[in-house]
Design a protein around this ligand. Sequence first.
Ligand SMILES: [Zn+2]
Length: 367
Amino acid sequence: MEFKCLKTSDNARLSLLWLKDEIELPAFMPVGTQGIVKALLPDTLIDIGYKLMLSNTYHLYLRPGVEIIEAFGGLHKFTNFKGSILTDSGGFQVFSLSDLRKVTQEGVVFKSHIDGSYHLFTPEKVLDIQFRFKSDIAMVLDECPAYSLDKSFVEKSLNITLNWAKRSSVIKRPPHTAVFGIVQGGVFEDLRKKSALEIAGMDFDGIAIGGLSVGESTQEMYDTVASVMQYLPEDKPRYAMGVGRPEDIVRLVGFGVDMFDCVMPTRNARNGYLFTDFGNINIKNAAYAKDESPIDENCDCYTCKNYSRAFLRHLYKSKELSFYTLATIHNLSYYYNLMQRIGQAIKNNSFAEFSKSFLDKRKYGYS
Ligand SMILES: [Zn+2]
């Protein structure tokens, strides 16, 4: 992996990341939990413009299992996805999906949500799994504590995460896989500082900020990211995990974040919430029953070029499977175009103006 920052506008950065392809940052990564984005053909993701997708180590490890994916020659060959793949470490899923788990310095024991079997994830094991997947970017194991005002709990968790990070940073990695460290520390500025400085001092190819959007207020999330940024090296990509809403992405790019992932565009699409610059459309609403216009006049996606709000509402109400595909194409196109506009604004050295006008527009919502 190579990374180069080309230009900054205010604190926003325009960069290039070389994985299988050259990827312009800031970039949003769609979530393909099981190795595929729900309701979408892998080639459609590429056609929209995406060259990087996120998949989940936890899910793929439990099913179909590492052996099967490895026998196919890795995740790209197994899924036939032609872009690059970042896999998360499984930590977030272990901590959010699994009721029964036990964290020790060694790692975390958890119970499978599929068959109730017990498994141990250690920092070494989750990297080995991702190396065997041939992921382009692997994430280290971390503990993502729930939003908590109990600082001593978050501090204890952070110390375990830092110990895991240290062990991860010295593992020999294959040439085709980059490894990112993860900054934790909840909403506590001193813990975030300690975490950021230590992770920045370890041998990682990129640095992620985890533990965001886990129950803290939006302002707390912005303050946390802004404070962490000052401790991160300029020559590595920065990735805000699990963020988010279009307005959060624009704000965080303004602090210097380069990469994002979130289930929001795809999950909301399947629930009938469609993104536009003027707020989100809830396609269920009766107001759209006879509406001949596309979801968004300004969108050039396949769905907007071909279908009316009225027809999409009919598909949604009829639970037609095509609705999920058409809605996902629109929402992921909206996010892709947003990242393109952000990149253009940085190129034009007008990111602050873009950000202000974008955030003003999003305040006036459809529903
Ligand atoms: Zn569209």
